[in-house]
Design a protein around this ligand. Structure first.
Ligand code: ATR
Length: 291
């Protein structure tokens, strides 16, 4: 990697903790390969220091930011403008600077959709989706699906009241296309029949809960595309069960890569080399899993 110089434009990742983030190697590899004078740097910051650190960084040679847990919501207070999708989602993961103004975006949902489309060719418009879980990631995915014209978005969550809140927000703010599903095999089976895509956004299946399925295995019918946003392990128990049942599967690392690719083009105006990003991330994850 080239050493940063006075001229080097900085892209800062704000979050806490950041020790396991794969974003710095993923973006720096592409800056290197394309010979771009940029450097992506993780900056761990507490909620207490966020405002001051952000203000200080804006006085440096910064071209953009990524924002991750736990600052995706709070950071919005300090921005000049919000992209309409980020405003609707209520969270920001990418910040660009334009004419000295900070503009917040959310590329998480777009990252998921690009991963889905690359892997399966399925367009979003007019299609029917079934989401398990309704945390921050589900929110970004569901809102982006609604923005992009999904015909129906079913949402099923352990805590039904949270699903209800998200469904109402989608229906009121974007389009009347979302519906809560009861967490029973019978209700899930009925709705899944007419869906094209099942998406797990819960933490079930993630290390250390590798052997847990977020839905009854008998519901994984072969017509379904089954996507998991969990990427540790790379192929979750859900994806392995779905593949064995004849479903098309979409592993979670794609969302991580494409949310980064979308952010990269927002900061720089340049399309990144996705294959380089993907190779970097896969080899890092494999090394970590072998340890
Ligand atoms: P993220 O922001 O990464 O999406 P999150 O906000 O912590 O993460 O959301 C995690 C999701 O996984 C939630 O929908 C959560 O359900 P609750 O709303 O009921 O908490 C779901 N989840 C976590 N552990 C679960 C479990 N053991 N069984 C079912 N759902 C679970």
């Amino acid at each position: 990697m080239n050493y940063p110089k006075v001229s080097t434009k900085l892209i800062i990742l704000l979050g806490n903790p950041l020790g396991h983030s794969v974003s710095p190697p993923m973006h720096n590899r592409v800056f290197d390969v394309l010979g771009m004078d940029y450097c992506y740097m993780p900056v761990e910051v507490t909620a207490e220091n966020l405002e001051k650190v952000f203000a200080g960084l804006l006085r440096m040679n910064v071209a953009g930011f990524n924002v991750t847990i736990p600052h995706k919501i709070r950071i919005m207070e300090f921005l000049d403008q919000l992209d309409p999708l980020a405003e609707t989602i209520g969270a920001v993961n990418t910040i660009c600077l334009k004419d000295g103004k900070t503009i917040g975006y959310n590329t998480d949902g777009e990252g998921f959709i690009r991963s889905l489309t690359e892997e399966t060719g399925l367009p979003v418009a007019g299609r029917r989706f079934f989401l398990l879980g309704c945390g921050g990631a589900a929110r970004a995915i569901a809102m982006t699906l609604a923005f992009k014209g999904a015909q129906k978005i079913f949402i099923c969550n352990r805590t039904p009241a949270k699903a209800e809140t998200l469904v109402n927000e989608i229906n009121n703010k974007i389009r009347h296309c979302a519906e809560v599903v009861e967490q029973t095999v019978r209700s899930q089976a009925e709705k899944l029949q007419d869906c094209q895509v099942l998406i797990n956004t819960t933490s079930l299946g993630m290390h250390p809960k590798e052997n847990v399925l977020p839905i009854d295995g008998s519901l994984l019918l072969p017509h379904l595309i089954v996507a998991d946003i969990v990427y540790n392990p790379l192929h979750t128990q859900l994806l392995r069960t779905a593949e064995a049942a004849g479903c098309t599967i979409v592993p979670g690392l794609g969302m991580l890569i494409y949310q980064g690719a979308a952010a990269f083009s927002l900061w720089t105006g340049v399309e990144p080399i996705v294959s380089e990003m993907s190779e970097t991330v896969y080899s890092l994850m494999k090394t970590r899993q072998e340890k």
